[in-house]
Each structure stands twice: as structure tokens, then as C-alpha cells.
Design a protein around this ligand. Structure first.
Ligand SMILES: [Zn+2]
Ligand SMILES: [Zn+2]
Length: 487
């Protein structure tokens, strides 16, 4: 049971204390101040030729249509209200996508902590915002859920496609913790987040079902329930077969679920398909984490999977999770997405460094500028209670490993794209910041049900503080449910 759910519902029925715009601009002001202090620190050592004023602009983007109807919790709200809002968006000249939006990663200084939203009720504030992370984005992402539990309505689940494709043409799901319920909440609370999905259904529930149908394949990093539960629950309703890609360990754990005991046998390997059950809802597909051989879960998108460590079980066994490099074959651009992971610094089986080495190569070749990395707890979390997750000091420590690999590459290889670009700006202090241009999207923040603390805000603050000495130069963005990212 979720003790906070009734609270959330009642808060959704209350009128907003201020218009969404004023809430957002208030947040933007705070962000500006935080950014200024960060950039002032840099300027005190050397002037920056870069524009350092634009990071919070995305949070100033107006969120049209936040009418009382948007607060309705009913699952049967007619989508005509959504259609009206969409029409109003067009009338007001506010684009449905963020064309012309500034690029926080490329146009701003070091050590930026986006303060786009700061409520534990992610769907109230983060939903519907479109954030462009770089100048020439390749991918679109919908954050169906990005929490680490226990709120079952906001668990890891992301939809991805190339920007030059329609969702009806290409739709890859990374993780499947939350599903139809979360989609329905987003449809009710922030329908503008979904205005390019082509949803014509008359109810949010039917529209969420359509979104589920659009998913062509799943890539799952590990079989913990907060990463697979929506996929399991929807198995009996899936209208057509979809592949579930995962490491052999992940798939073996999913077989335990789809065993006929926990859940019916609704997922099969290709070799187990029989004429009597020719189209199972799910077909297992193995991602080779030993060779990291690429596979294409949907046309045009290639994935390489690497085994990483997610804590140690009571019997001393290290639990396997997965990090995936996702690449658009057409654009030769990609991103790195981590499943749950612990720091190499405390792991019995440290395997992150190999991922960082590969990431550094791609960053140096300017093929990667976005990383999704978990940070489940604040820094006051005692080590024995991390349960295979990261906290801010560990996250910064991991990024320092990546930074070291990049420095090494910059030092030894002078012909990388990144090195040439930096050499073109020899007097820029930003040239010395190892992760400048990179956006780290922080995911899997746990819900604090004991004290009601907004851990996202805590983590933002702690990352900012830690980066004062680390000087990595990347942008941190703590994701919220319902956000739309372009990167
Ligand atoms: Zn998890
Ligand atoms: Zn996990």
C-alpha cells in the first residue's frame, strides 16, 4: 500500500496556490541564482566566452492549459479538454516542441544543477516540460516514470525514439516499472507531454492503452519489480508480440516471474514458441553482456549492453544489472543509460570503469552527450543501507573516473573531434573542464516516505556542493515524471 497516495490525490484536488507560470518562474529565479553563484565562481578565475545565462530558460517555458480540469483524478476524463488545450497552445504561438530552446549543456557554464522542478509530486511540476539538452538533438524521450520506489505510480520507464520519426514508426521502451497507470496520470495532468503521440481516443485509459500498443520492444536492465512490473501486469492485454531484451541473467529472472506461478507463462523464448501458442505477448531476446555485441531492438536504433553491479545478495553473490549504449544508426549519435548500479569504489565486482572508458571514447568523438545515471539516496544514507545504489558522492566519484579517461584521451589523442573543438577555443576556461558539454540526467531517486523529504531537492543541492570541488563541468538534470527530453 502507498501511504502517500491519498495525500497526493487530495492535493491534486486543491486549487493551485499560484498559476503554473508563476510557480515556474519562481523556480527559474532560484535556478538563476544558483547558476550565477556557480558561474561567478568560475568567472573569478577566468572570464568565460560562453553564454552562461540561459540554463533556466526551459523552466520558464509556459505550460499552457493548467486549468482546474487538469487536476481531475478521474481516469475517464474526456480527451476533448486535452485537444482544446493543444489548440490553445497553437493559438498562443507556443510550439508543441521546444524548437529554439536554449541548450543547457552547450551554452552554459560548468557545474549547473537544473532546478526545473522541486516537488516530490513529480507529475505536478515536472510533467509536460520539454527540455532540449543540446543544439542538434537526435532523440525524443518521454519520462513515464523515473522514481526508485516505493510509489508504484512513478517507477523507471522511458519511451525513446529518434526525433525524425513518429511514435507510430519507432517506439522503444527502456525499463517498464510504471506503465498504463502512469501514462493515464500524465494524460490527465499534463496532456501537452503527449501531444505528438497522435492519440485520438476518447478516454485517458484508452489512450494509455494505445501508447502501450505503440511500444515495439523493451530493453530491461534488470528484473527488479520497479523496472518490470508494468510489463508483467500488461502481458495479458498486449495486442501483439513484443520482444523483451535483457542480459541472460535478467531474462532468467523474468522467466521466474512468467513461470505459471507468479504470473502466467506469457513470455517465451523464440525456441519455445509452439503452433498452439504462436504469438505470445512477449518473446525473450538475449543481450550479450559478455561481448556487448550490438542488437537492434527497433529499426534504426542499436543497443550495446554491459554488465554492471547492483549490490551483493545475502549469500555474497553480486547482483547483475546492465548499462546500455543506445545509438541512432542514422545519426551516429547516442546516449548511455544505466540501470541500478553501485559505485565501483565499494563494489565486490567493480565493472563501471569499463563502461566509462567506452563512454569517454564516444564523448571524445562527439557521439555521446547525455548520460542517465541513478542516484537513489542522499549522502547521509549509511553505506550498509545503499542496497547497491548510488548517492551523490558516489555519483560524483564515478563521473571523476569518466573525467580521468577523457583527460587521458585529450592528452594522448589530439585528433578527436572534441580535442579539435577545444583547440579552437584555447582561451576558454571551459576547455579545461573535463565533462563540459555533457548532461547527466539523474534518475531513480527514492521516495522518502518516513520524513516526507523531497530527496530530489536534497540530491540537487548535494551534487552542486560536491561539484564545487570536483569541477566536472557537466550539467545535472534531476528528472521528473512526465518530462519530455530532446537530446
Ligand atoms: Zn530500481
Ligand atoms: Zn534494482
Amino acid at each position: 500500500m502507498d501511504a502517500r497516495q491519498p495525500q497526493r490525490r487530495s492535493s491534486r484536488q486543491l486549487p493551485r496556490p499560484a498559476t503554473p507560470d508563476s510557480v515556474l518562474s519562481g523556480r527559474a529565479t532560484g535556478a538563476t541564482e544558483q547558476l550565477r553563484s556557480s558561474n561567478d565562481r568560475l568567472r573569478s578565475t577566468a572570464p568565460s566566452p560562453f553564454d552562461t545565462s540561459s540554463l533556466p530558460a526551459e523552466s520558464r517555458r509556459k505550460t499552457p492549459g493548467a486549468t482546474p480540469a487538469r487536476r481531475t483524478a478521474s481516469s475517464d476524463v474526456s480527451l476533448s479538454a486535452r485537444a482544446k488545450r493543444t489548440a490553445r497552445t497553437a493559438k498562443d504561438g507556443l510550439p508543441s516542441s521546444s524548437s529554439g530552446m536554449p541548450s543547457p549543456a552547450h551554452s552554459t557554464g560548468p557545474s549547473q544543477i537544473s532546478t526545473i522542478a522541486s516537488s516530490s509530486k513529480g507529475i505536478e511540476h515536472g510533467a509536460g516540460k520539454r527540455i532540449r539538452l543540446n543544439d542538434n538533438p537526435t532523440f525524443d524521450m518521454l519520462v513515464i516514470g523515473c522514481g526508485g520506489g516505493p510509489l508504484e505510480s512513478n517507477l523507471s520507464a522511458y519511451l525513446v525514439k529518434q526525433r525524425n520519426k513518429a511514435w507510430t514508426e519507432q517506439c522503444l521502451a527502456l525499463e517498464a516499472g510504471s506503465g498504463m497507470g502512469a501514462m493515464q496520470n500524465i494524460l490527465n495532468d499534463a496532456p501537452e507531454a503527449l501531444d505528438d503521440f497522435g492519440l485520438q481516443e476518447s478516454t485517458a485509459q484508452a489512450a494509455a492503452g494505445k501508447m502501450l500498443d505503440l511500444i515495439q520492444a523493451f530493453v530491461i536492465t534488470h528484473a527488479h519489480l520497479d523496472h518490470i512490473s508494468a510489463l508483467v501486469l500488461a502481458a495479458g492485454s498486449a495486442p501483439r508480440s513484443k520482444r523483451i531484451w535483457g542480459s541472460p541473467t535478467t531474462l532468467s529472472h523474468m522467466t521466474d516471474i512468467f513461470s505459471g506461478r507468479v504470473w502466467p507463462k506469457l513470455a517465451l523464448s523464440e525456441s519455445d514458441i509452439t503452433p498452439s501458442f504462436p504469438n505470445p505477448p512477449y518473446i525473450y531476446a538475449t543481450a550479450d553482456v559478455n561481448t556487448s555485441a550490438p542488437f537492434t531492438p527497433v529499426d534504426g536504433i542499436e543497443v550495446c549492453a554491459h554488465a554492471i553491479s547492483h549490490g551483493t545478495s545475502l549469500d555474497g553473490t553480486v547482483y547483475d544489472s546492465t548499462a546500455v549504449f543506445v545509438t541512432s544508426l542514422e545519426h551516429d549519435q547516442g546516449f548511455l543509460f544505466f540501470g541500478d548500479v553501485e559505485s565501483d569504489a565499494i563494489s565486490r565486482s567493480p565493472r563501471n570503469a569499463a563502461v566509462w572508458r567506452k563512454a569517454a571514447r564516444k564523448i571524445a568523438d562527439e557521439q555521446l552527450a547525455t548520460i542517465f545515471l541513478e542516484c537513489s539516496y542522499g549522502d547521509d544514507r549509511p553505506m550498509p543501507q545503499l542496497f547497491g545504489h548510488l548517492k551523490p558522492s558516489h555519483l560524483i566519484g564515478e563521473l571523476q573516473v569518466l573525467a580521468d579517461f577523457l583527460r587521458e584521451l585529450d592528452h594522448t589523442e589530439h585528433r578527436t573531434k572534441r580535442r579539435r573543438r577545444r583547440d579552437a577555443h584555447p582561451n576558454s576556461p571551459l576547455s579545461d573542464l573535463p565533462l563540459h558539454g555533457l548532461t547527466v540526467c539523474v534518475i531513480h531517486v527514492k521516495d522518502d516516505i518516513e520524513h516526507g523529504v523531497d530527496l530530489r531537492e536534497v540530491i540537487r543541492r548535494e551534487l552542486a556542493e560536491l561539484d564545487k570541488s570536483a569541477q566536472l563541468g557537466c550539467t545535472f538534470l534531476v528528472l521528473e515524471q512526465g518530462m519530455r527530453l530532446e537530446f
